[in-house]
Design a binder for this molecule. Sequence first.
Ligand code: ADP
Ligand code: TRP
Length: 331
Amino acid sequence: MKKISLTGIKPTGDLHIGNYFGAIKPALELAKEYDARYFIADYHALNTMKNSKELNFTIRQVAAGWLACGLDPEKVIFYRQSSIPEVFELTAMLMAFTAKGLMNRAHAYKAAVQENTERGDDTDAGINMGLFTYPVLMAADIIIFDSDIVPVGRDQVQHIEMAQDMAQSVNANYGQQVLKVPQAGVQDNTAVVPGLDGRKMSKSYGNVIPLFASEKALHKTIMRITTNSQSVQEPKDPDTSQIFQLYKLFADESGQAALAERYRAGGMGWGEAKEELFSAVNRCLSPIRERYDAIMSDIPSLDRILKQGAEKARPIAAATVKRFRKAAGID
Ligand code: ADP
Ligand code: TRP
């Protein structure tokens, strides 16, 4: 039997090229050898997104993004978390096996508490129970599909370890393998994609290159990349330039070597380096953007794909809940 790969993305905004190279592309690679289940974590987004129109739209944006990047819904079970009510039943059951102290140690919760403390606010100001119990819902997402491997960025590893903890507590309590214990699939070669300002590209830093911006908007964004004050004539070090780090993601080895040579030779200003980057990014993203625009212009078809995915997913989810209920004496 093939092993199962599962991952989810929160629909909290426009996808950017960090999401593509860090999450979507590696997950689609894994889908070639694993049975893949990829989903839109819309209940996770609800913790922070309270504008209904916006959330409704970003759910479709992220779904269309996966498809435009090459997800084949015939091969990958592709669905919305909110379409699988069994996930929330499993969440309730896992709650009974999750120490509150474990949640107190979750990085995202701790970071929110620390921000409050630094600001002199009440420690729990603005923190809802969705954020506090986030790792339990995420564990249910994973465990419900008997996942073997969960491709995620390094920041998510703690959540997978917590899911392992929960599955192991259940198995230990009932003295049998009720739930499969998942593993994190962090890819060492997935570089952290730098943003316009050189920090990690992230929505929360406002330094992203969106995956589906129009050509004009893409050009404008790339021209905003911060640079140092080196003159056109000065030789430049490609290895310390985020323009070149971004270029590497879009060019083959000979293209990279040729441009690196021009950096080192001098005579190429940052403006020209950005134009080279723009051409490479635009060439690579144009077909993806066209597919994305076509998918977004037909939301009913997109919703149908997600619904069909949910129909395939639900029986698998129901079987896990049934197994757990039986072990627990609630059958
Ligand atoms: P953001 O930081 O923009 O809010 P998310 O936390 O929603 O992005 O990330 C969704 C997925 O994309 C995660 O798996 C994450 O590891 C990956 N990812 C996000 N930004 C980057 C980046 N700059 N480089 C590599 N991977 C990234
Ligand atoms: N927490 C993940 C993130 O912020 C998204 C997510 C929710 C997820 N449920 C998941 C990822 C299950 C992998 C598996 O990026």
